[in-house]
Each structure stands twice: as C-alpha cells, then as structure tokens.
Design a protein around this ligand. Structure first.
Ligand code: GDG
Length: 491
C-alpha cells in the first residue's frame, strides 16, 4: 500500500539529484483579502486536491497562476511563498497574468475551445484566433518561469492539464536536459472529434515535447495515438505505446488518478465533522429524512440537469417517497464568465424551482441547492450523512467526487450511483452504473439505491473502499515518478 512516507522514500531514492516541479494553471492555495485580513483558501479543483498531498510528500516547487487578490502581498522577490500555511513543505511560485491574458488563455482558448472539444457533452467549442494567440503567449510565460527556477539544475517537470499543452515543446527546445511529464486530466476524444480544432498540429506537437504523457484510462491513450496518426508526421509504436517526433520519444500511459484515502477516511470521525452533521441536520431539517447528495463543481459536463430530471421522474413515479426524501445538490460555481456556464446555471435554477414547486408541502421541499464554496468539513459531513450519492457526468476524465464519497464512508454504508462515462466507473464497478441520458433508468436507479438491503450496500461499499485504498493518490504519483525516473537511466 502506498503512503505519503513510502512516496517520500521513492522520491529520495529516484529523484534525489533533481529539482521536482509541478506546473499548472490553478494554484493549490489562493490568498485573498477578507476585510483587512489575508486568508488562504483551497480552491475546489480535482487537480489541486489530488496533487497537494504529492507535493507535501515530495517538496520542490509548484508553479501556477497567481489569481488571488492578496497573492502578491505574501510572496518573496522571486514570486514564491511556502505552503501549506499550517505546515510549509514546498514552494508555490506564482505567474502573473493580466486580465486580458487570463481572458484569452483561461476563459477563452482553454475553456471555450479545448474543454468542450475534449468532452463529448454536446457543447460546441469556439475557436478564436486572438484567444489562441494569447494561449501561446501565456504558455511561453509559464515556460519562462520554469526555466528561471530550474537554472542549471537537473529537473523533473510535471506539467498539468490542457491549459499548458504547448509548454513541454518550449521547455524541450530551451533546455533538453529537463525531463518532462504531463498529465491530461480530461478525456482525449477520438480523432474525428479532435480534428475540428484549427490548431490540432500545434497542440499535438506541443504535447509530444514530453518524455511521458499520462491519461486516466487506456481508452484515452488509444484516442491520442489515433489522433496523432491521423493528424501529423510521427512514428507510432503501438506495442510500446510510444510516439517519436522530431527526435523525441514520448511514452503515452494510463495513470488513473485518485484521492488521499486514509486522510479522507480518517477525518470522517473528527469532532468538527460530527458537529457539522448536527448543524446541517438542524439547519436543513433533515432529522427524519432519507438523503441524497450531488456534489460538483458546477459544470455542464457533470450532468446536473439530467440528475434533477431523474429525481423529478422518481418522485412522479414513487409518490410514497414525497415528504421523505431530500436531495442536496451542493457545489461551487465555476467559470461563471462563460456564456455556456451562465445558461447552465439558469437551467439548474429553473429546474430546482420547478421541481420544488411541483412537490413541496408546508414543511418539506425535495431539493436543497447549496450553490457555494463549501468548507471541507461540510463536504465530509454531507458524504457521511447521505443514503446515496449521484455522480452523473455526461463525460469525465476520472471524477474524484465518486472516489471521495467512497473514501469518506468508513461506516461501510451508502450507495454510489455512477455514470459509466466517468473514468471512475472503470474501477468502481460495485457502484450502481446508470446512463444519465436515460432518465427513466436513472429514476429506477434512485429507487434501487433507496431500497437496497443493508448487507448488499455494505458488500458493495467494502469492495469499492478496497479499490480506492489500494489505488490511492500516492500510488498514482509513485507510478508516474517510477516511469519518469526511467528516463534518467535511459530505460
Ligand atoms: C478534473 C477532471 C478529474 C466540489 N465542490 C466543492 C469542492 N469540490 C471538489 C470535490 C473534488 C473537486 O472539487 C472536483 O473534482 P472532479 O474530479 O470531480 O472534477 P474536475 O474539477 O472537473 O477535475 C476530472 C480531475 O480533474 C482530476 O484529474 O477527476 O475528470 O475534469 O475534489 O470535492 N471542494 C470544496 N468546496 C466545494 O464547494 N472545498
């Protein structure tokens, strides 16, 4: 079983003479002003949640966009601050972007072109040349920051996600001694879907500057190889899962990301969480209710309208559950400046209002919508209290909410209703798998979850817990680092 300690030992053994760096758009800690005071906030992002424990174990430097209004007030002259505040273990080095750069690169090309392009959820990507130019410029800014930090040291640079697709090639050309890996946190679609991008060659060429390129599942690796095959000049070795272009060989491997199982499982019984459970029960009048939970970053890929429609259908078909079941849809709003997210938010608000209006009584409403950034103890309390949790993504690289739910149930109870279009569904086969587009089946799955006998719930939950415990976030990092270290020894 991989732990923080064994990962640390692996790092010392394999990477002792190297600077270890992570590069991502989102920073793991954001400093903001609350009145006169500076507060440090943890953003709601699967990527940072997954990598923070790895950095705590490994040390090194994490380079990311400094997005908080107090971020500049806490850094040194090299734009660095040690984090986490309660246990400083690594450097966070911030890259500063203007509003215009953030708009073109983050809200623009990354999230209006690449995000919808890679997710099959029927939201049309938009390709604007000015946004693409800003994306290129910002990738170069990140590269400059990495190169400054590396200097003449040996370094392993671990690049994250679709915001930085061009960075590895820039690093490769500037300093061929840097060993780079990149993890693509979202799906990679088939070549037919990807080829509508007017800049597909440049994006692929950027990614093929990496020594190692990771996806969550093998299916995404295969899609990537097929896309390379169709779009650019490169030699593909399908047995070894390698692509060679411009003299660089890139290994393309699956590494299913995960969560810090022991930490999440352990915090479930903490005093803060137990107090929070009492507070929520009282605040939302949940004492005698059955409870369902949806917990997501509010995004159109997560299938939130589909799950609300399934609840509607469930209550329509099963009136005996009216006044007995409450569904809490919680989670943080995201990318609110983009039109497709504004439309989604309106759709969810309307559905919640309509469904509540249709079924509510004097003292009961079927849906509570907590659209806010929730504290970690609130998330833990909700996971622990609920009878079932719904993860209904239309398409999702992995989905950590599903794994967090399983890790949080050390009482070995609770049912997970899970979309087969998540990476997590490959591992969590004891969940109730249901196609979120098939509203009647979905409604049926809610009934099955509520009526599943305790022994069966426990049997399924126990098996899922073993899977997540064995394949935890430290194993994910250890597998990548072991693979990366091979490049140093030319294996
Ligand atoms: C991308 C890929 C892949 C949600 N609301 C709050 C909050 N959260 C936390 C959850 C979870 C994280 O946000 C969301 O992680 P996901 O994995 O579900 O989704 P994405 O953000 O889309 O992540 C995804 C992931 O990268 C990692 O590779 O799994 O497929 O899309 O940790 O608990 N956290 C807090 N307050 C909230 O209100 N604190």
């Amino acid at each position: 079983m991989w732990t923080r300690k064994s990962l640390q030992e692996l790092m010392t053994e394999k990477l002792a003479n190297h600077l270890f760096m992570v590069v991502s758009n989102r920073e793991p800690y954001i400093h903001t002003f609350v009145g006169e005071e500076i507060k440090c906030v943890v953003p709601a992002s699967g990527l940072t949640v997954a990598l923070d424990p790895v950095m705590r174990a490994c040390g090194g430097t994490w380079i990311a966009h400094g997005a908080g209004d107090a971020d500049r007030d806490v850094v040194d002259s090299a734009s660095r601050v040690k984090v986490p505040p309660e246990d400083p273990s690594y450097y966070l080095k911030r890259v500063w972007l203007s509003k215009e750069e953030e708009n073109g690169y983050y809200y623009g090309f990354a999230n209006q072109a690449l995000w919808p392009l890679c997710h099959v959820s029927y939201t049309r990507p938009e390709f604007q040349e000015s946004q693409w130019n800003t994306y290129k410029r910002v990738n170069a800014l990140f590269a400059k920051s990495v190169l400054e930090e590396v200097g003449d040291r040996n370094a392993f640079v671990f690049v994250q996600d679709y915001h930085l697709a061009l960075l590895p090639r820039i690093l490769r050309e500037a300093n061929p001694n840097i060993i780079t890996a990149q993890f693509w946190h979202i799906p990679w679609p088939n070549p037919e879907a990807f080829r509508i991008s007017p800049w597909q060659e440049e994006i692929l060429d950027g990614l093929l500057g990496n020594d190692l390129l990771g996806f969550h599942i093998r299916y995404h690796c295969n899609n990537f190889l097929d896309t390379v095959d169709r779009a650019i000049e490169a030699r593909i070795d399908r047995d070894r899962y390698e692509v060679t272009r411009k003299g660089v060989t890139t290994r393309v491997h699956p590494f299913p990301i995960s969560v810090d199982f022991e930490a999440i499982s352990g915090e479930t019984d903490s005093k803060e969480v137990l107090v929070e459970i009492d507070r929520l029960k009282h605040q939302w009048r949940l004492e005698d209710c059955l409870l369902g939970l949806g917990l997501d970053r509010i995004d159109y890929t997560k299938g939130i309208p589909e799950r609300l429609k399934a609840l509607d259908r469930f209550l329509e078909k099963n009136p005996e559950y009216r006044e007995r079941l409450v569904f809490v849809q919680a989670g943080v709003p995201s990318r609110v400046h983009i039109d497709s997210y504004k439309i989604l938010n309106e759709e969810i608000n309307n559905l919640v209002e309509e469904i509540n209006w249709k079924y509510e009584s004097d003292h009961w409403k079927p849906i509570i919508y907590a659209r806010e950034h929730l504290a970690p103890e609130t998330l833990a309390a909700l996971r622990r209290m609920t009878n079932f949790c719904i993860v209904s993504s239309l398409h999702d690289g992995m989905n950590l909410v599903a794994k967090e739910f399983v890790a949080g149930r050390n009482d070995e109870d609770g049912v997970l209703i899970l979309s087969p279009f998540t990476g997590a569904a490959r591992e969590l086969t004891d969940a109730l798998l249901v196609n979120p587009y098939a509203i009647d089946h979905f409604a049926e799955a809610i009934k099955t979850a509520l009526e599943m006998p305790k022994e069966e719930r426990q049997r399924r939950m126990r098996r899922m817990r073993t899977v997540v415990q064995e394949n935890n976030i430290y194993k994910w990092a250890a597998d990548i680092i072991t693979e990366l270290a091979k490049f140093e020894f030319g294996q």
